[in-house]
Ligand binder design. Structure first.
Ligand SMILES: Cc1cc2nc3c(=O)[nH]c(=O)nc-3n(C[C@H](O)[C@H](O)[C@H](O)COP(=O)(O)OP(=O)(O)OC[C@H]3O[C@@H](n4cnc5c(N)ncnc54)[C@H](O)[C@@H]3O)c2cc1C
Length: 362
């Protein structure tokens, strides 16, 4: 038997588990390693925090998913990797040898080393912990969301929709959402203004204390709850693994999603660093498209059936940002639209995605 270890129940691994549930791979013993019992679908988290969904609507039951895929389930997480010895150390101290291992463990919050962030802010990863902190927002006083990327903007809108608190969105660039087209950014700025959300551009937090953010300009901002949404950095366990990493510390992979230094070591989603130079943003929509390629390449590696194929990132994607009030902003190739139709589309896409994989676990 060859052992396949899937580390992290991220988006791409759902496709591997689905294929295993349809029929076992001859001679392959699968293992799923997760951090805890439940995986939350990040695309629906802002909607959950706005009060639009029940938690069950965006949760995967990992024990059920592993069972459906005929996989052993290890919920204590991966603590370290020894790529030379082909061994994984689990969170509970045991080691697990493998023939092939695939990482889909997402990323960590960038900038969480800024003084005071770990003590006084709610970083978005681990997502489960962030969600349980933000579902009640017990602290009185304004909401401060640091980071004007897609997740930060959605959270500012959705948390404000539910709590009605005065809300400030702080971004160190020139517009929000970061990276959006001119029209999408104009549409979003108009919406934020109408909703009374103050947007602070060109602003950088240098330190946090209880209830106070210190900005690079010398200004101090008071907050009740601070959400830290400043983007992604690499998970720490690759640095000591002996495997090749990219310039930012993500696990280096070829376009086939296999490590150039260690055959049988794969990665997908946010934690993968594509060394071919192709531009692959750290976003769930890219991790989803990597799923079928990863599935086929893992199967080819382990069973010898088929030849590995390259993953090619799409040149753009339809962005749908939930405003938390039954509307959303849709943006596609320089065009943007705010209203109920983009929300209905986002809701339908997200529910369909969940239904596909939740069905497996049932
Ligand atoms: C609030 C929010 C909303 C977002 N909305 C969108 C959106 O609408 N569209 C979009 O494209 N992107 C969105 N993103 C970005 C998106 O969440 C990430 O890019 C995406 O989740 C990455 O997917 P992934 O498969 O790499 O890993 P993830 O979905 O992050 O899953 C990784 C899993 O691995 C687990 N894990 C971590 N470390 C270990 C370990 N050591 N051992 C075992 N398991 C481990 C984690 O607990 C997690 O369950 C959003 C992000 C946030 C925070």
């Amino acid at each position: 038997m060859k052992r396949l270890v899937l580390v992290g129940p991220g988006h791409a691994h759902l496709f591997v588990l689905e294929a295993l549930a349809r029929g076992p791979w001859t001679g392959v013993e699968p293992v799923l390693v997760s951090l805890g019992r439940r995986q939350l679908y990040s695309g629906m988290v802002p909607g959950y925090l706005a009060g639009q969904y029940a938690l069950e609507a965006l949760s995967f039951d990992l024990e059920g998913l592993a069972r459906a895929a005929g996989a052993r389930w290890e919920p204590s997480g991966a603590a370290s990797l020894d790529a030379e010895r082909r061994e994984l150390r689990l969170g509970d101290g045991r080691t697990l040898a493998y023939d092939a291992v695939s990482f889909d463990i997402g990323s960590l919050p960038a900038g969480d080393t800024v003084p005071g962030v770990r003590e006084h802010a709610v970083p978005l990863k681990p997502l489960e912990r962030a969600v349980s902190r933000l579902v009640s927002v017990p602290e009185p006083g304004p909401l401060l969301v640091v980071g004007g990327g897609a997740a930060g903007v959605e959270l500012a809108l959705c948390l404000q929709a539910r709590t009605g608190r005065p809300t400030v969105l702080l971004e160190d660039g020139k517009h929000v959402p970061r990276g959006a087209s001119r029209m999408a950014s104009r549409t979003m700025h108009g919406l934020l203004e109408r909703r009374g959300i103050a947007v602070r551009l060109d602003s950088q937090v240098t330190a946090l204390e209880a209830g106070v953010a210190h900005l690079a300009s010398g200004e101090r901002l008071s907050f009740g709850t601070c959400v830290w949404a400043t983007g992604a950095r690499a998970p720490e366990l690759f640095a000591t693994s002996g495997a090749a990493v990219d310039a930012q510390g993500y696990l280096a992979v070829r376009d086939t999603m296999e490590s150039p230094s260690h055959p049988g070591l794969f990665a997908a989603g946010d934690c993968a660093g594509f060394v071919s130079g192709q531009h692959v943003p750290k976003a769930g929509v890219y991790a989803v498209r990597q799923g079928p390629v990863l599935r086929d390449n893992l199967r080819a590696f382990l069973t010898g059936s088929g030849t590995p194929r390259p993953y090619r990132a799409q040149s753009g994607f339809l962005s749908l940002l939930n405003a938390g009030d039954g509307t959303a902003v849709g943006a596609w190739k320089g065009l943007a639209l705010h209203g109920r139709a983009p929300w209905r589309l986002k809701d339908a896409i997200d529910r369909r995605f969940m239904e596909r994989f939740q069905k497996l676990a049932r």
